[in-house]
Design a protein around this ligand. Structure first.
Ligand SMILES: O=C(CO)COP(=O)(O)O
Length: 125
């Protein structure tokens, strides 16, 4: 990872199309940052925007949310864009909550839907 802090991208399955579309629309702004993503989300982002610098971590249910939480704890994440599906129960809900908790603990900006992500991204220089 480069010295610049990363943008973390995560989407639940029902929201992956939306996040891929968001990344396509904002790829110029995001290309200035390293991107970390949970495994399947990262694959979708790379399909949509092959030129982005995406590091794919484990899939969310297999520890990817926790890996992003660890990167937050070590100060490597500038902001988190997490497109959450509020209508589907997740087996790894505790991991999702732990990630959100660490974003709060370390005061890292975190968008949980597209409207907030649009606004957060516009704050990047
Ligand atoms: O489950 C996730 C976030 O909680 C996302 O993980 P994937 O990107 O691997 O689907």
């Amino acid at each position: 990872m480069t010295e610049r802090k990363a943008i973390a991208l995560i989407a639940h399955d029902q929201k992956k199309d939306d996040l891929a579309d968001f990344a396509r629309s904002h790829r110029k702004a995001m290309s200035a940052y390293p991107i970390v993503a949970t495994g399947t989300t990262g694959g979708r982002i790379l399909e949509a925007c092959p030129d982005l610098d995406v590091t794919r971590l484990k899939s969310g249910p297999l520890g990817g949310d926790q890996q992003i939480g660890a990167l937050i704890a070590t100060g490597e994440v500038a902001l988190v864009l997490f497109f959450v599906d509020p209508l589907t129960a997740m087996p790894h809900d505790v991991d999702v909550k732990a990630l959100m908790r660490l974003a709060i603990v370390y005061d890292v900006p975190m968008a949980l839907n597209r409207a907030t992500a649009e606004r957060l991204l516009s704050t990047l220089d």
